[in-house]
Design a protein around this ligand. Structure first.
Ligand code: PEP
Ligand code: MN
Length: 359
């Protein structure tokens, strides 16, 4: 049985919006009323908040479910909240929450996912599965599978980026290749971009939402608060309802494809050039590895170890400078060269070992 869509609407973007956390009844209803005039598919608010450190605001708990019920009844929006254990599921169902979501810190833990899945057996409710905090596609797919096996057919995924230790302008790095691969394996699953948790700040929310649309994501999940600076959680990344309306208005929705012959012909032509360059890159990489093997044999004969850290440091530094001049980002050059270097070392090591074995 295939996974079924969570959202009936096929016109993009699907929109999920609402505060990071439900704080007070007034704040929840004020946000919902501020969003009511926009095309909102789901109103979001966290009731139980998984915070990195204790003593942060950990959510208002069950009382907030009553406020979400009011959003449904008084404002007419469908509502969603995060669940992480059996009690959360039972409470959320009792209050008529329309859609549940699994947060990044839950998806990462198969015990928790299984607990939620077990609590959902025999229930017909759509579930959104956020990516795990670490960049592990299998863990993400595993969570989807556990929920699906519990009999939940309406499942969509939310891409909220991945933890990264180091300098980055993102709160959670997007690593677009991971949701793209998920979509390749499950072409029919709806995929939503949580630009708020990817960005962690307001000024980049539009660019990330636009990128998601250009990659054919189905929609966005964005945190909206009547007074973002006063929010009890994630204050830096939330937008007012008006700012959010502006963001939606600025999104450019491009078609995934067209039947315009001239366009397709031109695209084909450009793609051929890309394919040729890829072939050339492969040939060059192959030549580079052959050279690495010759160097390996040479070093072996002269009893020199494989890794020479200063030379490697120099190669990397020079390449980053050259790359910058040519418009390649430092991050890309470093990742690419490190991968090439690792492969070279593997080739050199193989040559050395073969010689040992051969001796
Ligand atoms: C959230 O959506 O408020 C949240 C806690 O997100 P995540 O699980 O992606 O960190
Ligand atoms: Mn948040």
């Amino acid at each position: 049985m295939p996974i079924r869509p969570v959202f009936e609407r096929t016109e993009r973007p699907i929109v999920i919006a609402g505060p990071c956390s439900a704080e007070t009844e007034e704040q929840v209803l004020e946000t919902a009323r501020g969003l009511a005039g926009q095309k909102i598919d789901l109103f979001r608010a966290g009731i139980w908040k998984p915070r990195t450190r204790p003593n942060s605001f950990e959510g208002v708990g069950t009382v907030g479910l009553g406020w979400l019920k009011k959003v449904k009844e008084e404002v007419g929006l469908k509502v969603t909240t995060e669940v992480a254990n059996t009690q959360h599921v039972f409470e959320a169902l009792k209050y008529g929450i329309d859609v549940l979501w699994l947060g990044a810190r839950t998806t990462v833990n198969p015990f928790s996912v299984q607990e939620v899945a077990d609590a959902l057996k025999g229930v017909d409710i759509p579930v959104l599965v956020k990516n795990p905090i670490n960049p592990d596609l299998k863990l993400w797919l595993g969570a989807i599978e556990r929920i699906y096996k519990a009999g939940i057919e309406r499942i969509a995924v939310v891409h909220r980026g991945f933890s990264y230790y180091g300098e980055t302008s993102y709160r959670n790095v997007p690593r677009w290749q991971i949701p793209i691969e998920l979509k390749r394996q499950f072409p029919d699953i709806q995929i939503i971009c949580d630009n708020s948790h990817i960005c962690g700040r307001r000024d980049t929310l539009l660019a990330v939402a636009q990128k998601a649309m250009d990659l054919n994501f189905d929609g966005v999940m964005t945190e909206v608060h009547p007074r973002p600076d006063e929010a009890w959680s994630d204050a830096e990344q939330q937008l007012t309802p008006d700012q959010f309306a502006e963001l939606l208005g600025q999104l450019v929705l491009r078609q995934p494809t067209t039947d315009d012959e001239a366009f397709l012909e031109n695209l084909e032509h450009l793609r051929h050039q890309i394919d040729d360059i890829d072939d050339e890159l492969m040939n060059l990489l192959c030549m580079r590895m052959q050279l690495a093997e010759r160097i390996g044999a040479y070093k072996k004969r002269n009893n020199i170890s494989i890794l020479q850290p200063e030379r490697w440091g120099e190669i990397l530094e020079k390449a980053i400078v050259k790359g910058k001049v040519k418009g390649l980002s430092e991050e890309f050059v470093a990742v690419m060269l490190k991968a090439i270097h690792e492969e070279s070392i593997n080739h050199q090591a193989r040559v050395m070992n073969e010689e040992v074995i051969g001796e």
